[in-house]
Design a protein around this ligand. Structure first.
Ligand code: DUT
Ligand code: MG
Length: 579
């Protein structure tokens, strides 16, 4: 229960609504339970004494009580819905805000699919639970207590039979729940497995088609689906047995009341009306126990969901901002790596960068070369502090990035990540994402430099063309160029382009290079490129090999001194290494 309880604090702003909902509910219970009492009067005093007056008056009162009870129930609904929806919205907002604080490392641990499930179906489970609490949970014990007290004050003798039956039912239901509980947990696990298969399938459906693995995926889905179905069927079968059995116990109680009550009536110690009222009260005293047994499943589900939601909320961002963090108003763009080692795993296993040292002076262009997996992306991710180094220091303008407010560094960095991700919206909005106040002229200027202007104006709607989700209606190269324009538009002191031209033809790539040269005069830039032709003019070329700097220098120096550089050069522009 503990995790579920923790979510309850989100109900606090809605205390007024929650209390009103429960008050209304209490009134409903009192009114509902007054009706059998009136039946008793009607039978004993009205019908028994053949008094039409009492019959009429009591009937009217019963109708009145029913109408009032219905009205109170509506009141309960209004306030409980207000409270639980507000609770849900606040909790959702908190989760969303929390996710925004996550750093790259946190996001490596929790996939977007997992986060989405937690924001939707898990949250839904908890909200359902909350609504039920405000509408039924409180009702059940209230009903049991009030009916039992009414029964006790009218006829303690008969009440005893019910008091014996209640713990029997209680024990019986507890045994059942014990059996059900592990099945609920299992259901939840199976559901997650199924979601996993579904999620992978939906995001990778193009790959599934391309590799003609529909049958395989179909089988995978079928088996996950079947497992979930099997277990759900078992759960529901068990519940299906539980319900009629509790009904049986309840009916036994009613028979007992009628039998022993009947004897009392014949002996003249009680009235027929009392017996009729009692059979009603048996129902209202026992029904809550049944209802609670039904709800046990809901509670287990909600608890499991609360655990997953709290995991999201408890997750601390890996990148922590220092309390006395420095705010950088200006960044000149000096970037220095001092003995930097880096590993994605906290336990330090297998570093992807070993003892990296280099300095990029303001305005320099640094090209990073290296085979795939050599650590190029990892290296540049350390500059905006997407990850923290495991050892050593990354300095910007002489400040350790860990001492500076991350926001104030990132504002001065324009980055185009290896995978160009766009948002749904217009091309214009995508380009100005980092600087929403940019003018149209600035947008066009950035697009021109990124060699995107021409294809953009080629679209019938130009810059107002809508980009589909994740940029589906654009080619890979078009997306990359928009991403470059987006990075350029912030007029950064440090520009980072990670393999941003891999999907662009050589001719366009060279044009981008030329345009950049002009644009990047006063900016430090880091360019990762596969093609050596685009980096020949860099002020500094860093060759990475398996996380180590294998060589560093200008093209002219490297071609003389570095065999590994010469090898790359020959393989791409090769005519025996001649210049
Ligand atoms: N790696 C991880 N977790 C990640 C990213 C990378 O463990 O989230 C590993 C894979 C690889 C090493 O780090 O062994 C370096 O990866 P990186 O992405 O830095 O390599 P790259 O030089 O950018 O390769 P590519 O040219 O394929 O982009
Ligand atoms: Mg990379």
């Amino acid at each position: 229960m503990s995790e579920l309880k923790r979510t309850f604090r989100y109900l606090r702003p809605y205390t007024r609504e929650a209390v009103l909902a429960i008050i209304f509910l209490g009134l409903v219970v009192v009114l509902d339970l007054s009706i059998p009492r009136m039946v008793q009067t009607l039978v004993d005093e009205g019908i028994g004494n053949q008094d039409m007056d009492i019959v009429l008056r009591t009937s009217l009162m019963m109708i009145g009580a029913s109408i009032l009870s219905a009205t109170m129930m509506i009141g309960n609904t209004i306030f409980s819905v207000k409270a639980s929806r507000g609770f849900e919205a606040d909790l959702r907002e908190d989760i969303f805000k929390k996710i925004q604080t996550y750093s790259f490392g946190n996001l490596d641990d929790l996939s977007s699919g997992q986060l989405l499930t937690r924001l939707t179906s898990d949250l839904n489970q908890i909200r359902t639970m909350m609504t039920m609490t405000l509408r039924m949970f409180t009702r059940a014990p209230l009903m049991a207590i009030i009916s039992l007290s009414i029964m006790w004050t009218t006829n303690p003798q008969l009440t005893k039979y019910i008091l014996i039956l209640m713990p029997v039912t209680g024990v019986f239901i507890t045994l059942f729940i014990r059996k059900l509980q592990p099945l609920f947990t299992k259901t939840q696990e199976k559901l997650e497995q199924l979601n996993q298969v579904l999620e992978e399938n939906l995001s990778g459906i193009r790959i599934v088609k391309a590799f003609v693995r529909r049958d395989y995926e179909g089988t995978r889905f079928k088996s996950a689906n079947k497992e979930l179905t099997d277990i759900s069927v078992r759960v529901n079968q068990l519940i299906g047995v539980l319900f009629p059995l509790t009904l049986l116990i309840m009916n036994t109680g009613i028979v007992a009341i009628i039998y022993f009550g009947g004897i009392q009536v014949i002996q003249g110690s009680t009235t027929v009306g009392t017996i009729i009222a009692f059979t009603n009260y048996v129902f209202s005293a026992m029904f809550p126990i049944m209802m609670l047994s039904m709800m046990a499943g809901q509670i287990s589900f909600a608890e499991a969901s609360a655990k997953r939601i709290m995991e999201v909320l408890d997750n601390e961002p890996e990148i922590k901002e220092k309390l006395d963090a420095v705010q950088l108003a200006e960044v000149k763009g000096r970037v220095e790596f001092k003995n930097v080692s880096f590993s994605y795993r906290e336990d330090g296993g297998d570093p992807v960068l070993h003892n990296v040292n280099f300095t990029a002076e303001p305005g320099e262009t640094v090209a990073i070369l290296g085979s795939t997996g050599s650590g190029k992306s990892s290296l540049i991710h350390l500059i905006p502090r997407f990850y923290d180094v495991s050892d050593g220091k990354v300095l910007i303008d002489g400040y350790d990035v860990r001492d500076v407010e991350p926001k104030s560094i990132r504002k001065h960095i324009g980055i185009s990540l290896q995978e160009a991700i766009l948002f749904s919206g217009t091309i214009r909005d995508n380009i100005r994402y980092g600087r929403p106040e940019a003018t149209d002229e600035e947008v066009i200027e950035a697009a021109k430099a990124a060699q995107a202007h021409e294809f953009i104006i080629g679209f019938p709607e130009g810059y107002d063309t809508n980009v589909g989700q994740r940029g589906v209606n654009l080619s890979g190269g078009q997306k990359q160029r928009i991403a470059i324009a987006r990075a350029l538009l912030v007029k950064p002191s440090i520009l980072i382009l990670d393999d941003s031209t891999s999907a662009v033809d050589v001719e366009t790539e060279i044009k981008i290079e030329e345009a950049l040269e002009e644009l990047m005069k006063n900016r430090t830039s880091f360019i990762i490129a596969q093609r050596i032709s685009t980096v020949l003019n860099a002020d500094k070329i860093i060759v990475l090999d398996d996380g180590n700097i294998a060589a560093e220098g200008t093209h002219d120096q490297l071609i003389q001194t570095s065999p590994i550089y010469k090898e790359i050069y020959d393989s791409q522009l090769g005519d025996g290494g001649a210049q």
